[in-house]
Write a protein that binds this ligand. Sequence first.
Ligand SMILES: NC(=O)c1ccc[n+]([C@@H]2O[C@H](COP(=O)([O-])OP(=O)(O)OC[C@H]3O[C@@H](n4cnc5c(N)ncnc54)[C@H](OP(=O)(O)O)[C@@H]3O)[C@@H](O)[C@H]2O)c1
Length: 249
Amino acid sequence: MRLDLSEQVALVTGGAHRVGRAIALELARVGMHVLIHYNSSTPDQVRDTLQEIKSLGVDGFAVQADLSQPEGVQSVMDALRAHFGRVHLLVNSASVFPSGHLLDVTLESWDLTLEVNLRAPFLLSQACARLMQHNTPPGGCIVNILDMGVDRPWLKRPHHGVSKAALWSLTQVSALSLAPDVRVNGVVPGPVMKTNDGMDDETWRKMGEALPLKRTGEGADVGRAVVFLASESFITGALLHVNGGEHLT
Ligand SMILES: NC(=O)c1ccc[n+]([C@@H]2O[C@H](COP(=O)([O-])OP(=O)(O)OC[C@H]3O[C@@H](n4cnc5c(N)ncnc54)[C@H](OP(=O)(O)O)[C@@H]3O)[C@@H](O)[C@H]2O)c1
């Protein structure tokens, strides 16, 4: 059965810019009210995203929090309870993206990666699943944003890859533990937005050319996949690749 998401409430972590923002806007487009979480995004980025969400005729609200700290997760949940009082969809998109050879990974970087990419989604899933029990009917949906670390070892980003592979494992055990009321799924984007480290257009074009579909995607592709998983009531524990076929290469 296809669910009507309008008037429901979504929480999107890392939702003020880039892929998280694109997800938040696609959810607003189908009538969901959206709480965007951000950490170090600029006030302009947060304001612009909130304005665009509200221009789509739904409510939008923002909360700042460092998700490497359990207190940050608590702040997000406090804001959610105070502003909306309910949640139907949690999208765990916030993530750190460190690189380096396995032998050079520091304890500090390992911990931060696992804290933001795995522990925060776990704590938010627990807290949101509990809140979802108060919905009428009880329940909701969680979507974890993964990447190719799920499909293969990632030599250049070992701890990042481990964190995403573990998040996929968390996705599956959550899908079983929280059924039948809460559905939990994962999306694996491919190259949909250039990395923040000044990647040039030619490198980006070549990344697209290397994919079976011969082009890069865009943030909205990921957003529409999240809408699909949130709407389709018979899907849980699924992994949806939105990557131009990257996992087949
Ligand atoms: N871009 C792609 O093509 C691509 C491909 C595959 C998968 N993905 C996945 O899609 C998601 C978003 O990708 P992106 O490219 O938009 O990521 P990004 O540009 O690296 O942004 C990371 C997001 O995580 C948040 N964040 C980082 N550290 C945080 C912390 N300590 N506490 C709270 N929030 C924190 C950031 O918030 P602030 O900026 O507010 O600090 C930001 O919104 C990620 O899960 C990524 O793995 C992206």
